[in-house]
Design a protein around this ligand. Structure first.
Ligand code: PGA
Length: 251
């Protein structure tokens, strides 16, 4: 049985004070939920204040990015050991915004993921097609390339620890989500790709959906057999809607 993961990707939102206010409400309203794993992913500068509030609760901490080197002259970057030491469990890697605006390649994502394991973090690797690619019937090709390159040189154990977030780019922040059936189909395909290289570790790896997840669509997404939770952007910034999404993910 795969435990669903609902992760809030706050992106570049919330000051430390706003972040503290949000997680103070979340930890109270989500207390005791055990059948769904819950993570919040604030901007790096707010990992410490958020962890100070959620430490010892059922909320886990995730980062939105990291660099693959341990330390050194890499101005502006944050390393795995730094994230680990402040209580981080997950790290989102290869989000489409990072791929598009910051030119991250599949190879970068793979290097970051391997470094994440080395320093005791679990990667949430994002994959997904553009609208153009979808309309040209290239969704599966795109996802195949990203998954194969992203998981290159992983061990079986590392695959089991990995989360993949399937996020069609045209559904991110647009209010336009993939249908639950379409998302399930692509996620099923991703699991088959993982099975090709890692056998039944594919059955233990969690694959989330992301892209305009909200309280009104979480239940139908979670009703699909292959969907193991959600990576939630906009709707994770509001306590009530994030709480409703977590509640909706309890099968
Ligand atoms: P969204 O973002 O929920 O605002 O569409 C999802 C994501 O980018 O992870």
């Amino acid at each position: 049985m795969r435990k669903p993961l609902i992760a809030g990707n706050w992106k570049m939102n919330k000051t430390a004070a706003e972040a503290a206010e949000l997680v103070t409400i979340l930890k109270e309203k989500l207390a005791g939920i055990d059948e769904v794993e819950i993570a919040v992913c604030p901007p790096a500068v707010n990992l410490v204040p958020v962890y100070n509030i959620i430490s010892g609760t059922n909320l886990k901490l995730g980062a939105q990015n990291m660099y693959w080197e341990e330390s050194g002259a890499y101005t502006g970057e944050v390393s795995g050991p730094m994230l680990k030491e402040v209580g981080t469990t997950y790290v989102i890697l290869g989000h489409s915004e990072r791929r598009e605006y910051f030119k991250e390649s599949d190879e970068d994502v793979n290097k970051k993921a391997l470094a994440a394991f080395k320093f005791g973090l679990k990667p949430i690797i994002c994959v997904g097609e553009t609208l153009e690619e979808r309309e040209a019937g290239k969704t599966l090709d795109k996802v195949r390339g990203q998954v194969k390159a992203g998981l290159r040189a992983f061990s079986r154990e590392e695959v089991i620890e990995t989360v993949i977030a399937y996020e069609p780019i045209w559904a991110i922040g647009t209010g336009r989500n993939a249908t639950a059936e379409d998302a399930n189909e692509v996620i099923k395909y991703i699991r088959e790709l993982v099975r090709e290289d890692f056998g039944d570790a594919a059955d233990q790896m969690r694959i989330q959906y992301g892209g305009s997840v909200k309280p009104s669509n979480i239940a139908e997404l979670m009703a699909q057999p292959e969907i193991d939770g959600a990576l939630v952007g906009g709707a994770s910034l509001d306590a009530d809607s994030f709480v409703q999404i977590v509640e909706g993910a309890r099968k």
